[in-house]
Design a protein around this ligand. Structure first.
Ligand SMILES: NC(=O)c1ccc[n+]([C@@H]2O[C@H](COP(=O)([O-])OP(=O)(O)OC[C@H]3O[C@@H](n4cnc5c(N)ncnc54)[C@H](OP(=O)(O)O)[C@@H]3O)[C@@H](O)[C@H]2O)c1
Length: 275
């Protein structure tokens, strides 16, 4: 079995896309180090002391910021990290970014100007938000309340993002590329929930609510301030229709179509991810 040489640091390597990138690299015998608070050595975006040990002997980084590049202070943190990455001899940064977020686009520029080879994956909403973390509990409860109504989103499958990241990290031809990654179809949140209901055979209702009512419900959950801020930002600013168009990033990077949401819903239901 051939062991590849280049060590990749996968930040967020237990998260939605990072876990999938790690699996692909390991399956192809590339050495991987996970960057997360629970990894060894631990990596914490909020503690710069943890960055250098995580960057030791690293050739490439799959960079996912948490919770979101739009959070105040994120761009400065990404800049400081890219400087440390350069000092530590990193040769390639693959950045996970979001569409229609001014701050995320500023972070992309930081990476593009870092002096390190880069690839940018500017993504739409992940399909996996319905099954991993954010909306999974409400899908399982049978009632999905969200402060969104008619707007359509081209949900992208985290497997497609991971395939593009893996290609960028292991093949020639992806450096200096900005891939805008969307699924192949614009669908509303109500339709997405409807497709999951169909795939699971469960009754799941989608209930649009006002931002005020949603905030009132959030305040009962005692979420950290930055999460409440982020949810408000996503639903009032980013989901205002600005991202209601499809792109060909998956086709351009991989030479194939992106996975449709209905395929995700069927596959995830079959895997038993929804109770
Ligand atoms: N979700 C979407 O629809 C979407 C769309 C476009 C772009 N994005 C971008 O994707 C990125 C990741 O978002 P996500 O929601 O999908 O999350 P995720 O990757 O599922 O995030 C969880 C991962 O982050 C790690 N983590 C959490 N806090 C950390 C910290 N302080 N320092 C280091 N690692 C930490 C977690 O590990 P530990 O708990 O072990 O630390 C875990 O590995 C964000 O920058 C977001 O802007 C997301």
């Amino acid at each position: 079995m051939k062991i590849q040489n280049n060590l990749t640091l996968v930040i967020g390597g237990t998260g939605k896309t990072g876990r999938r990138v790690k699996q692909r690299l390991q399956a192809a015998n590339y050495p991987v180090r996970i960057g997360s608070r629970t990894a060894d050595p631990a990596f914490d975006w909020n503690d710069q002391e943890t960055w250098k040990p995580a960057l030791q002997n690293v050739d490439a980084v799959y960079l996912t910021y948490y919770p979101d590049l739009a959070i105040p202070g994120a761009v400065a943190t990404v800049r400081a990290f890219s400087e440390q990455a350069k000092e530590n001899g990193v040769n390639h940064l693959v950045l996970l970014s979001g569409r229609g977020e001014e701050e995320a686009q500023n972070a992309e520029q930081v990476i593009q100007q870092s002096g390190i080879d880069w690839t940018i994956l500017r993504c739409s909403w992940f399909s996996q938000n319905f099954s991993e973390n954010f909306l999974a509990d409400s899908i399982n409860s049978g009632e999905v309340f969200l402060p969104v109504d008619k707007v359509k989103e081209p949900f992208i499958d985290a497997d497609d993002i991971a395939d593009v990241a893996f290609a960028a990290l292991t093949e020639e031809g992806h450096k200096g590329q900005l891939y805008e990654l969307t699924g192949p179809r614009l669908i509303s949140f109500a339709d997405a929930v409807g497709e999951i209901a169909k795939a699971t055979g469960n009754k799941i209702q989608f209930i649009p609510v006002s931002m005020d009512d949603y905030n009132a419900a959030l305040s009962e959950q005692n979420l950290p301030e930055e999460f409440s801020w982020l949810i408000n930002y996503l639903f009032t600013t980013v989901l205002d229709g600005r991202n209601e168009y499809l792109t060909d990033g998956v086709q351009r990077a991989l030479g194939r179509e992106a996975k449709d949401f209905s395929f995700y819903a069927q596959e995830t239901a079959t895997n038993g991810a929804w109770g």
